[in-house]
Design a protein around this ligand. Structure first.
Ligand SMILES: NC(=O)c1ccc[n+]([C@@H]2O[C@H](COP(=O)([O-])OP(=O)(O)OC[C@H]3O[C@@H](n4cnc5c(N)ncnc54)[C@H](OP(=O)(O)O)[C@@H]3O)[C@@H](O)[C@H]2O)c1
Length: 290
């Protein structure tokens, strides 16, 4: 089976490496071609267009920024749809609006192509180890046909229901991440202002029931000012936009998500968008000075 990956950013590159290392033939496409060089050097085939990639693949996994990017690689001139053949399946692993995803899936289906949504929790390092958590929306039989592929990418896979339900769950998850990063940042800032060692703040937090993977793994990097990105702050801001817009479409408004969106937006405006999302600490430290 040939598997195509469209989008070789932080996550797409790691998923391509994982699939290659688990014995799959992997073909990639990226809008900016030089970002595929390191994959080419380890034996991944690089396609010139999403159409060429789709023609050569059974399963195409899209891992791009947002719904506009998914639409572009899917339906533009030389998009996936133009590489249609019997049995072609698309799985979208980007984090996008579930309602947009349903529309994209419908358009694919009208053209005889099955699509499922397969967003994930976990970053590039877990992807390379095959330890992501995968949330699936779409026809169960389509997912089951490719279950073995997703089992190589993730160690926990949840089938959730119709198209869009994977993305809806993923947005609820990213809301946790964005708020946790803020809570951790304000706790560190508060402890420092009180003259306390932030390392002790983390040590105490991590000895309690309230510790999180973030406070254990990212916390030490945060207090050392290491914000090397695996998931950028601007991408988290994109997700908060998507969460708030989707909430509105669901007829709801989330006060913390609204506030978080404003704070992450201000951090992006302040030039911090390329940092890891935990770089929100640098912004909180800056604005918290009275
Ligand atoms: N990194 C993580 O830990 C993580 C975890 C879970 C989910 N995600 C989700 O996965 C997706 C990718 O994230 P990432 O962290 O890998 O981001 P990234 O490193 O910034 O990569 C973004 C990718 O999207 C492509 N792209 C953006 N706009 C496009 C357009 N209009 N047309 C075609 N391609 C376009 C980029 O192509 P260019 O190189 O040409 O710009 C690049 O391949 C996002 O939806 C993100 O929310 C990421």
């Amino acid at each position: 089976m040939n598997i195509g990956i469209i989008g070789t950013g932080f996550l797409g590159k790691a998923v391509a490496i994982r699939l290659l290392n688990t014995g799959h033939k992997v073909i990639v496409y990226n809008r900016t071609k030089n970002k595929t060089e390191s994959l080419k050097n380890i034996g991944v085939i690089v396609a010139d267009t999403p159409k060429d990639l789709a023609q050569a693949c059974d399963l195409v996994i899209t891992i791009v920024k947002d719904s506009e990017a998914v639409e572009s690689v899917s339906f533009d001139k030389n998009g996936i749809i133009h590489g249609k053949h019997d049995g072609l399946t698309v799985a979208d692993m980007s984090t996008i609006n579930p309602i947009s995803s349903q529309k994209i899936a419908k358009r694919f289906l009208e053209n005889g192509i099955s699509m499922i949504d397969t967003p994930v929790m976990g970053g590039p390092s877990l992807a390379e180890k095959g330890e992501l958590v995968v949330m699936i929306g779409g026809k169960k039989e389509v997912y089951e046909k490719y279950k073995h592929v997703f089992d190589h990418i993730g160690n926990n896979t949840f089938y959730l229901g119709e198209n869009g339900s994977g993305h809806a769950m993923k947005l609820a998850m990213n809301l946790q991440i964005s708020l946790l990063a803020l809570a951790l940042s304000e706790g560190i800032t508060f402890a420092k202002r009180a003259g306390l060692d932030p390392k002790l703040f983390l040590e105490i937090l991590n000895s309690t029931y309230f510790k999180t993977g973030m406070s254990v793994l990212k916390g030490p990097k945060m207090i050392n000012g290491n914000f090397d990105p695996s998931f950028t702050l601007k991408m988290m801001k994109k997700d908060l936009d998507t969460i708030n817009n989707t909430a509105k479409e669901f007829g709801t408004s989330l006060p913390m998500a609204t506030l978080a969106n404003e704070i992450y937006q201000n951090a992006v405006t302040d030039g911090l968008g390329e940092l890891d999302y935990t770089g929100i600490l640098a912004f909180i430290e800056k604005i918290s000075k009275l």
